[in-house]
Design a protein around this ligand. Structure first.
Ligand code: RUQ
Ligand code: CUA
Length: 755
């Protein structure tokens, strides 16, 4: 035996696989850690129970991750360009981003705060997702059929918003409330006229589910006093038809630190109370339909005066600087957290409604809005700790969780009985929190995520800007248990919304030739075989396809100064077979999922030979998925060349060699096909799709074989060898799919069926 082998054998013993206890010892893990790990660890191929859609704050995106694994699955870009998915880098998505321009200015980011899932009967239905932009008052609409942003609407009257997005129980409306007061319509008035000219508002965006779009023409707003409105929630059950928006500067204080005045923070927290706005949105919609609104920037606004006369707007005092306003799953209570109070206030809808019906008002605000007596409509207050902000609900009745910003804790309590049940520390300074479907009419229980504002010492240092910290907490027992810390290097989480994973049923592939941003057939899609290059004066338009592993066409000629457009359709049907497309230095990137058509347009203002290629490693010959855009200099007189363009010359021997290889490859394919056909493969939809794809590839192979044979008949060994090679490429792809199918069938216990 060779010496090396002997040494090798000796080492095997020293590095014998570690046992569980060895690993625990080496990594300093406790039994509790192991239990937590077992509750979150998801083995390969495993799925999560819940999906989370988290805001990414200043990144202008939405992050999708699974629970309990906390594995990030996707970033959905809404207000910010994102090249991987082509968002803002293809013409179709640029149109969506440009819908978000405000007053003619291009805006390419957003400060996303509150995602909301579309609901049916108050429960998330997995169809659509909405999110707001606080910095620029906008709302984005994402389709969960493909997880792409399909619409951005700009608020026509606000210049600042925060209390969005919240949906009504059947997603009739997507609610967006103002934050910093302004002159409605984004106009000017001096700050000395703040009380008279500055206003807040709440906008009700009409959602048209059949189109999957907000309909701005059927949307409206309600004018509100300049109280600096904040979070909002829609009523449900008995409180359906109403919405609740709080405010944190009912003092209407205007700072001016540079003039020696105390700053905003002092003036806005001076009084003991702010106001919860109670709004009958159903009746507001009827008023608009009856023509009782005024138009600002072409948008319907119900004035405060009308709202008061019609009895659709009321105020209730709420403790110092409130933040979250959350309606309980049964719609019977509204829980408000006051940042500078130690209590949460639980308001009773029944009592509010009774006071409204009996017109029992404690007083009126300076705008004539009736104020209900806080004590009269309170159900209870629960003393939780410092800085209560947001509230979520458990699947068990009367159980709520509220984040405590200052204490860095989550409090669990019974809001019916007004009793604290448990508290857990989080790291650090929690903002929102999210329980599974915890803001819906039927919360899912099990888990809660603390969305912390600070991470401080939780992770390896990566410079002064720290990652965010999402902490997973087990809430299934009486005591909350911290399970896992997930660092997120994207942006402030703010709020997140979750849904049982099996409710979301996204597409695997697009219908052939879909413009994913409209959801409609793209007029620019072509089928393989009908690709074309259209030349008009000053313009070259390519209608092409992409399929493993080539683009058609591959060589495109243009003249310096031409406007060049590539419309490319991915002709694949196979799952996850995405191609990319870019032209060197002409900044653009397409992400072409199976069936999708996307486009890039640019001015070919610099002459040169520019390669284009596929930007996704899609196949063994991905690197060969290339082509040239030849931009000819102005005034070029081309010499016709007689030189052959092929650099390698093939002989009959080359041809025969490839031909033999192909026949042998076919034999291998035939055995795999035989195996697949002998099983119950049709019981596995994934396999059926793969088989379809393999059949496609084999048809392409047959076609290439025809061209090979034709060339051979003419004894054209050059063309013959090249086509034989192409035939072989298709065979390799088919074989690759066949093997994937074989593995899948074996792993999923396919049975042999009798013939
Ligand atoms: S915010 S931390 Cu929802 Cu924008 Cu409260
Ligand atoms: Cu297609 Cu790489």
């Amino acid at each position: 035996m060779a010496l090396a082998t002997l040494i090798g054998m000796g080492t095997v013993g020293a590095f014998a696989a570690e046992g569980l206890e060895d690993v625990m010892k080496r990594r300093g893990l406790s039994q509790k850690d192991l239990l937590a790990a077992a509750k979150t660890y998801t083995p390969t191929g495993g799925r999560d129970e819940f999906l989370v859609f988290s805001s990414s704050g200043q990144a202008g995106q939405i992050m999708v991750y699974g629970i309990p694994s906390m594995r990030i699955l996707k970033y959905v870009s809404v207000f910010t360009p994102e090249p991987w998915q082509g968002f803002g880098f293809d013409e179709e998505s640029k149109k969506i981003l440009r819908q978000g321009d405000i007053d003619g200015r291009e805006i390419n980011w957003g400060d996303t705060h509150h995602p909301a899932l579309s609901e049916t009967d108050g429960k998330p239905d997995g169809e659509y997702l909405f999110i707001n932009d606080k910095a620029n008052p906008r709302v984005g609409v994402v389709s969960l059929h493909d997880f792409e942003t399909q619409q951005i609407v700009v608020n026509p009257i606000l210049q600042s918003e925060h209390g969005g997005t919240f949906v009504t129980p059947n997603t009739e409306y997507v609610i967006e409330a103002a934050q910093y007061p302004g002159v409605l319509g984004r106009g000017y008035a001096p700050l000395s006229e703040f009380n008279e000219k500055f206003r807040g508002a709440v906008t009700y965006w009409k959602f048209d589910r059949s189109k999957g779009r907000i309909d701005p023409a059927k949307s409206f707003s309600l004018e509100l006093p300049p109280y600096t409105q904040d979070l909002t929630d829609a009523g449900k059950g008995p409180s359906d038809g109403w919405s609740f928006t709080n405010s944190f500067c009912a003092e209407r204080y205007v700072g001016g630190i540079e003039q020696g005045k105390p700053p905003f923070e002092a003036g806005c927290s001076a009084n003991d109370a702010d106001y919860l706005h109670v709004i009958n949105w159903k009746k507001a919609a009827e008023l608009v339909a009856a023509g009782k609104s005024v138009k600002i920037n072409g948008h319907d606004v119900v004035p405060i005066k009308t709202a008061v006369e019609e009895g659709i707007l009321f105020l209730i005092a709420e403790p110092k600087s409130p933040h979250g306003a959350d309606v309980t799953p049964d719609g019977k209570y509204i829980i408000v957290g006051g940042k500078l109070d130690t209590n949460v206030s639980v308001y009773s809808w029944e009592k509010i409604k009774a006071a409204i019906d009996a017109k029992q008002y404690a007083s009126k605000d300076p705008y004539g809005i009736p104020i209900l007596d806080m004590k009269q409509v309170l159900h209870t207050q629960v003393q939780l700790g410092l800085g209560p902000l947001h509230t979520q609900f458990d699947s068990k009745p009367c159980i709520a969780y509220t984040s405590l910003y200052v204490d860095s804790q989550v409090a669990k309590y019974d809001y019916c009985a007004g009793k604290v049940l448990d508290k857990i520390s989080v790291h650090y300074n929690i903002g929102h929190l999210m329980a599974m479907e915890g803001d819906s009419a039927a919360p899912g229980g099990h888990y809660l995520v603390a969305l912390n504002k600070l991470a401080i010492d939780r992770f390896n240092p990566v410079g002064p800007l720290h990652p965010q910290n999402h902490q997973l907490i087990d809430i299934s027992g009486d005591k909350m248990e911290l399970l896992y810390d997930m660092p997120v290097p994207l942006g402030e989480p703010h709020y997140a919304a979750s849904i049982a994973a099996d409710k979301v049923k996204p597409l695997i592939r697009y219908k052939y030739g879909t413009d994913s941003r409209t959801g409609q057939a793209s007029p620019d899609a072509v089928r393989p075989g009908s690709e074309k290059i259209v030349r008009e004066p000053g313009k070259v338009t390519v209608y092409g396809t992409a399929i493993r592993s080539h683009f058609t066409p591959e060589i495109v000629e243009a003249n310096e100064g031409d406007i060049v457009t590539f419309h490319i359709t991915n002709a694949e049907r196979a799952e996850d077979e995405t191609h990319g497309f870019t032209v060197s230095t002409y900044s653009g990137n397409l992400s072409l999922e199976p069936g999708k058509t996307a486009s890039v347009t640019f001015k070919a203002d610099r002459p040169g030979a520019f390669s284009f290629y596929c930007t996704e490693f899609c196949s063994a010959l991905h690197l060969e998925m290339e082509g040239y855009l030849m931009v000819k200099p102005k005034g070029l007189v081309e010499q016709t060349s007689t030189k052959a363009t092929d650099s390698t010359v093939y002989t009959k021997a080359d041809f025969d060699k490839q031909y033999t290889t192909n026949l042998e490859t076919q034999k291998v394919i035939d055995t795999v096909v035989k195996y697949i056909m002998s099983t119950n493969y049709k019981d596995f939809p994934t396999v059926v799709a793969l088989v379809e794809d393999a059949v496609d590839q084999l048809n392409f192979a047959k076609d290439a074989k025809g061209k090979t044979d034709e060339a051979a008949k003419k004894e054209d060994w050059q063309q013959g060898t090249l086509w034989a090679n192409q035939w072989w490429q298709y065979q390799v792809k088919a074989a690759d799919i066949g093997l994937r199918v074989k593995t899948y069938l074996e792993e999923h216990g396919a049975k042999t069926v009798a013939k």
